[in-house]
Write a protein that binds this ligand. Structure first.
Ligand code: PMP
Length: 452
């Protein structure tokens, strides 16, 4: 981010400064208009799963463009949409049977919330009007998706005005801040499930449509991973009360954690609805989706026979063609397995080199999806005062040195902290991972000195 007087006509996040211009991008690198090369250590926010400038994706989009670039889904479907849905769903052992493609993760979450509501209306239980979600969660920026998220700072101006008031929250699976000192993983996991049970009972389980959670938490809490047994416990609880389970895999899905679906590492967990986004199109085109379990689809099929929803650009042929090409590259190059393997190396390096450092409170993640949480005091876990802007300093310094990382501040329950996310392409080379680690350490050294 440079402090140039802004002559850009884009309404950027900041009205004071505007970001550097990316001229081109290839593989794991951006090239800026000033000639600087930046290693993409976070792929935006865990988006570019196959890196930038892939020729197969380009060819697929061009080919699609020459066949059909748009057809309204009210009257038509297209081969690219059908093939993408088949690729994602065929042979899956989870009971997922239909895909609904939209333009962003937020729209996918809204669609999932509407599917859940329609399911209950048509199942004859219209009194189910509530959602239970988690603190420290991010589900998007539309009114619906933001309502079930809990990024306190982003929500603040809209509370009581634009946001839904039928949502309540339980603790996230955020071991660093929620697991008690000396508490065994099983006990911690069970405590989270018991808390959810208590919330269901307080709210009245017969009034709840769905429980909503990111399988591995992303933007608001940086790669928080569930303890063993947690999601199995959640699933059992949802089944006990008939509550739907919506898993948000917009950030952690599409292979990012070392399996295509992050929930596949959680034992026998079958979501009723699961959302994908970012990695689905790998950043080539805006596309996200909801995959629905047969149970949900059967009720709608026997009921009204329609999903009462729709967007002009849903299942857009060019977006679906790009996403399909991304899936083919993932498959052809065995990138999900590569992610799991490279992720082990990255974890080991992070723990060895950054773990002992003064301000590194916690390192967590899975696959090529790692979060670093910075604290002022490692013993007490006291965060930095917000005016230190530790994570923003990390981002700025990294970019100066030629590395892109994704900064954030977790906000919930009075806690405001600093973290950064690392999420390189799933086909990142070992050489580039070495460079990533080197630049990350250099960045950290500078920021540590600066704030000490
Ligand atoms: N869910 C999760 C878990 C996300 O991380 C995000 C984006 N950060 C969204 C939903 C919203 O996606 P989008 O920004 O594409 O609307």
């Amino acid at each position: 981010m440079t402090a140039q007087a802004t002559d850009s006509k884009i309404l950027h996040r900041s009205l004071i400064t505007h970001p550097e211009t990316v001229e081109s991008a290839s593989g794991s690198y951006y090239t800026l208009s000033n000639g600087q090369k930046i290693l993409d250590g976070c792929t935006g926010a865990a988006v570019a799963v196959i890196g930038h400038g892939d020729p197969d994706v380009k060819a697929a989009v061009m080919e699609q463009m020459s066949q059909v670039s748009y057809a309204h889904t009210l009257a038509f479907t297209t081969n690219s949409a059908e093939e993408l849905a088949s690729t994602l769903l065929e042979g899956n052992p989870f009971g997922l049977c239909k895909a609904y493609f939209v333009g962003s993760g937020s729209e996918a979450m809204d669609a999932a919330m509407k599917l859940a509501r329609q399911y209950w209306v048509e199942a004859g239980e219209p009194q189910r009007r509530r959602f239970v979600a988690r603190r420290q969660a991010y589900h998007g920026n539309t009114i619906g998706a933001m309502s079930v998220g809990s990024n306190v700072a982003r929500k603040a101006p809209y509370e009581g005005v634009l946001l839904l008031d039928n949502v309540s929250y339980v603790s996230p699976a955020y071991a660093y801040r929620v697991q008690k000192e000396g508490e065994a993983e099983e006990a911690y996991s069970q405590r989270l499930v018991d808390e959810l049970d208590a919330e269901f009972q307080t709210v009245g389980p017969e009034t709840i449509m769905a429980f909503i959670a990111e399988t591995v938490g992303g933007a608001t809490a940086a790669c928080i991973t569930p303890p063993r047994g947690y999601f199995e416990g959640v699933r059992r609880l949802c089944d006990k009360y008939g509550i739907l389970l919506i898993l948000d895999e917009v950030m952690c899905g599409s292979g990012r954690t070392g399996t295509y679906f992050a929930f596949a590492q959680e034992g026998d967990v079958r979501p009723d609805l699961v959302t994908l986004g970012k990695g689905l199109g790998g950043g080539y085109t805006p596309i996200a989706g909801v995959l629905a379990h047969r149970k949900v689809i059967d009720v709608l099929a026997k009921g009204s026979g329609v999903f009462v929803h729709g967007h002009t650009y849903q299942a857009h042929p060019l977006c679906c063609a790009a996403a399909l090409a991304v899936q083919k590259v993932l498959e052809r190059d065995n990138l999900v397995a590569n992610c799991a393997e490279k992720g082990k190396w990255l974890e080991e390096q992070l723990r060895k080199k950054l773990g002992p450092r003064k301000y590194v409170g916690n390192i967590r993640g899975r696959g090529l999806f790692w979060g670093l949480e910075f604290v002022k005091d490692k013993k007490t876990k006291e965060p930095f005062s917000p005016d230190v802007h530790f994570s923003r300093e990390m981002r700025n310094e990294a970019q100066r040195l030629g590395l892109a990382i994704y900064p954030g501040t977790g906000t919930a329950d009075g806690y405001v902290g600093d973290h950064v996310i690392l999420a390189p392409p799933l086909n990142v080379s070992q050489e580039d991972l070495d460079i990533l680690m080197d630049l990350l350490m250099k960045t950290y050294d500078v920021v540590e000195k600066r704030v000490s």
